[in-house]
Design a protein around this ligand. Structure first.
Ligand code: I6G
Length: 388
C-alpha cells in the first residue's frame, strides 16, 4: 500500500474532498472487504469529520457515493416493488452422496464429458439480494422476493460498508447486476443480541433472522447500526463487457471491482471433487465466522451452463448440497421426570422420533419446572427441536 499522507496535495476544497473520499474508500475496503485494516480508527474518524465539514460548507461538492452519504435521513413508508429482468432463481438441493453422484452423472451425460469442472462455494445462511451498478455506481438494491419481483432496499443496503457505492479498477461495465447474500457474522450477531438485551428489546433467534430483520427496517438509520455483511456469488444483467467464461473468473472479476467475495471456494473435477469439498467444509463449519447451511456447486464453464439450461425454476447446472437440518418439528408425546443419582429431578420431553442434525431424537431435557412453565410445554403440542 502507498504510504498514507496526512495532508492532501492541495487545500482546494474540491480536490481535498476528492482526496479524502479516496482515502476513506480505501480504508473501508481494507477493513470491510479484505479484513485487513490499515488506517487507525482515530485517523479514519478525523478524515471523515473533515470531509463532513467540507461538504457542509460546500454542499455542491457532495456526491451520492461519498462515504458520508451512506445513511440517508428518511424513513420510508414501505418498499417499492422491483421487477427482476433476469429472474432470481433458487437452487435444487441434494443431501446424500448418492444425490451428488447422480447430479454429476446427469451433467456429464448432457455435456458428453468424462470429467466436469465445477466451482464450489459456501451456501451462506442469509438473504439473497441484487445490486445494480450503472457506470460503476450503485443505483439500486433489491431483495429476491418471489424471484420475479423483489423489494427496493437501496437505502438500507447503502449502509452496509462492505458494499462499494462505486466499483473500482479498469474493467467497470456500463451495467452489472451483482447477486449475493446479505448475512450477519456470528460475533456481530452475539454483540447485537447483547445490545438488544441491555436495551430490553427482543433478541433475534439466529443470525439469519437478525440479517433479514435489519435489512427490512423502514428507517435506514436503524439498519446503519446493524452489523451486516455481504458476499457476491452471481450475476443478473450485464452490459458493456463480455461475460467471463467461467464462474470462477466471474468471482475473480468481482474481487477486482472491489466487491466482497468469500475466499472459501475452489474449482474441482467430478463427483469425487465435490464430495471432498463438502467434507472439508463440513469439518471447518463450526470455526467459520458465519453460518452456512451447505455448499453450492456450479458447472464452471458458462458455455456448458448454457447447454445445460434450466428445469422448472432452477438451473440444471447448479446444486446446493445441504448439511442435515439442525432444526425440525415434531410432536411432544409425554413429559416425565428423571431422577438422577444425586436425587436431582429433571423433567424430560418424550418426542415423536425426528431426524435432526444427522441423528434421530426421541427425548429432550426440559431442564427444570420453571423451564416447563416458561415454554408452556403441553402434551400434544407441536414443538421445534434444535440440536445444540
Ligand atoms: O453461487 C451461490 C452461492 C451461494 C449461489 C447461491 C448461494 O446461496 C447462498 N444461491 C443461489 C440462488 C445461486 N448461487 C444461484
Amino acid at each position: 500500500m502507498a504510504p498514507h499522507t496526512a495532508q492532501a496535495p492541495t487545500d482546494q476544497p474540491a480536490e481535498r474532498a476528492a482526496w479524502l473520499r479516496a482515502e476513506l474508500d480505501r480504508a473501508n475496503y481494507q477493513y470491510y472487504v479484505l479484513d485487513q485494516p490499515e488506517l487507525p480508527d482515530a485517523e479514519y474518524d478525523r478524515l471523515f469529520l473533515e470531509l463532513q465539514r467540507i461538504e457542509s460548507e460546500h454542499p455542491d461538492l457532495i456526491t451520492p457515493e461519498s462515504p458520508t452519504q451512506r445513511v440517508g435521513g428518511q424513513a420510508s413508508s414501505g418498499f417499492a416493488p422491483v421487477h427482476h429482468a433476469v429472474p432470481m432463481l433458487s437452487l435444487n438441493n441434494g443431501f446424500t452422496d448418492e444425490d451428488i453422484v447422480a447430479f454429476d452423472k446427469r451433467v456429464a451425460d448432457v455435456l458428453h464429458s468424462e470429467s466436469v469442472e465445477y466451482a464450489c462455494e459456501l451456501k451462506f445462511d442469509g438473504l439473497a439480494i441484487a445490486l445494480r451498478y450503472e457506470n460503476g455506481r450503485l443505483v439500486r438494491a433489491a431483495t429476491r422476493g418471489d424471484g420475479a419481483t423483489g423489494e427496493d432496499v437501496t437505502q438500507n443496503v447503502r449502509t452496509i460498508r462492505s458494499i462499494p457505492l462505486k466499483l473500482k479498477g479498469d474493467r467497470v461495465p456500463r451495467l452489472v447486476e451483482v447477486r449475493g447474500e446479505v448475512l450477519m457474522f456470528k460475533r456481530d450477531f452475539e454483540r447485537l443480541n447483547a445490545r438488544q438485551r441491555e436495551a430490553e428489546q427482543r433478541e433475534f433467534a439466529n443470525p439469519r433472522n437478525a440479517a433479514a430483520g435489519s435489512l427490512r427496517q423502514l428507517d435506514p438509520r436503524i439498519t446503519a447500526h446493524r452489523p451486516l455483511s455481504f458476499f457476491s456469488y452471481g450475476i443478473g444483467e450485464l452490459d458493456g463487457i463480455e461475460m467471463p467464461g467461467t464462474h470462477s473468473a466471474l468471482l475473480d472479476w468481482y474481487g477486482e471491482l472491489g466487491l466482497p467475495v468469500c475466499a472459501e471456494r475452489a474449482t474441482v473435477n467430478g463427483a469425487q471433487g465435490l464430495l471432498e469439498f463438502f467434507r472439508r467444509i463440513g469439518e471447518k463449519r463450526k470455526s467459520l465466522p458465519y453460518e452456512i447451511d451447505g455448499v453450492v456447486y456450479k458447472v464452471n464453464r458458462r458455455e456448458e451452463q448454457d447447454r445445460l439450461g434450466f428445469v422448472s425454476r432452477a438451473p440444471r447446472f447448479a446444486l446446493a448440497h445441504k448439511f442435515p437440518a439442525e432444526e425440525a418439528m415434531t410432536e411432544l408425546l409425554d413429559i416425565y421426570v428423571n431422577v438422577g443419582r444425586t436425587g436431582a429431578i429433571t423433567p424430560v420431553a418424550r418426542l415423536k422420533p425426528v431426524f435432526v442434525g444427522g441423528v434421530t431424537v426421541t427425548n429432550a431435557t426440559l431442564h427444570n419446572e420453571d423451564e416447563v412453565r416458561r415454554k408452556d410445554a403441553r402434551i400434544g403440542d407441536t414443538v421445534v427441536v434444535r440440536r445444540a
